[in-house]
Design a protein around this ligand. Sequence first.
Ligand SMILES: Nc1nc2c(c(=O)[nH]1)N[C@H]1C(S)=C(S)[C@@H](COP(=O)(O)O)O[C@H]1N2
Ligand SMILES: [Mo]
Length: 446
Amino acid sequence: MAGTTERSLEELYRDDAERADSVVFGRKTGVDRRGFLGGAAAMGAVVGGAIPFAANMPGGLIPAALAQPAVAPAAAPKGPQLLKFPGKSEQLVVLGERPLVAETPEHLLDDDTTPTDKFYVRNNGLIPEAAKDPEKWTIKIDGEVNKPLEITLGELKSKFKAQTRRTVLECGGNGRSAFTPTARGNQWTNGGAGCAEWTGVRLGDVLKSAQPKSSAVYTAHYGSDVHLSGDAKRETLSRGARLAKAMDPETMIVWAMNGQPLPNIHGGPVRLVYPGWAGSLSHKWVNRVTLRDKEHDGSGMTEFSYRVPIKPMVPGDKGDPKNMKILESMPVRSVITSPANGTKAAAGTKEVKLRGAAWAGDNTVRQVDVSIDFGATWQRATLGKPKNKFDWQRWTATVKLPSDGYFEIWARATDSKGAMQPHQAGFWNPQGYGGNAMHRIAVLVG
Ligand SMILES: Nc1nc2c(c(=O)[nH]1)N[C@H]1C(S)=C(S)[C@@H](COP(=O)(O)O)O[C@H]1N2
Ligand SMILES: [Mo]
């Protein structure tokens, strides 16, 4: 392999894609590959088949077959660590054990409604014990209100009008692993998201019953989970949002997920759901919502936490907290949910049926396009309608393959405002929010 085998190309591609490129293709990134057929053959050997569209491969691109762990982790000695947790699928991939964080591989997001067992898990602190008497769970509403109140789950159910909505919950760091250089935090691929049916009441209705003062402009959320240190005085997470978002009729206090009582791991008996915005606003085990007269400054609100640059910053820089603003709506994203990355198809297979999902924070999805030739040409997918606001949109497409070989299928969504997913995660920031690089999967035919 070009005479250099100090480590496998697979490792080289993971660690230093540009150097791997020059080893494989014998040239610097950005130079035309057509003259290096020997190189393309070496690359083909690594990904398991000839690459019919090798000439279109962007320089420095880590082949999808290597960029993300393959589907069958059992085969790989150092495959991803899989979750073992009561009620959760054993196919979720553990990103951290303390606190417990696990993501859903994209191909497990293939249901219209994400089943609870497949739904990703993100904790910042210790998971509390399940409540003994859920109906007596109490939430306080205080701060900039004329009538502070305490309300039990039982009263929430009897005094306010319930609604059910299918909405996407997505971690603010979803897509983080696509940043170069690596950004701090859990290295989510695209699986820090799911779309469930949530049942509860409008947070706005409950806040209104406490009679907000005109000075109230922001919320602050508190829950019962304890800080990782075990110190009860230390805050685990306390985020908040502009009052207008809290008052949105789709922002809810929920007690059921997919028609069942909200499981403890997902914040039961009650959590908030702020659809379209960073998942950290959807406070689990919520027991207090305070209205404030300024932007909340709890843990997860300051410095680089859940904040993105105002003016673009140099990737890898330390950054200036004064140049950061709160991350609100999540960016447009699509995932290919079938077939799975690394799928092998029989020789002679001439077409592949694709399924996926796309969503766009506060916006809707205008279109999804797919490519089989590293983005040289694109084909429009058939896009479904959301069930309700903030639902994801399912899509399908059938792509025709010209021959056997190694293909990458790329999917790219465009939102209702015209914003499109980039090839590479853009707007680098120290904690890696808003990384919405296109999803791509490897398919090997023959
Ligand atoms: N009390 C509490 N609420 C929380 C968190 C937490 O650590 N503690 N994590 C937040 C983050 S960062 C996300 S992405 C979502 C994840 O919800 P899930 O575990 O139900 O998927 O919960 C949010 N709510
Ligand atoms: Mo998150």
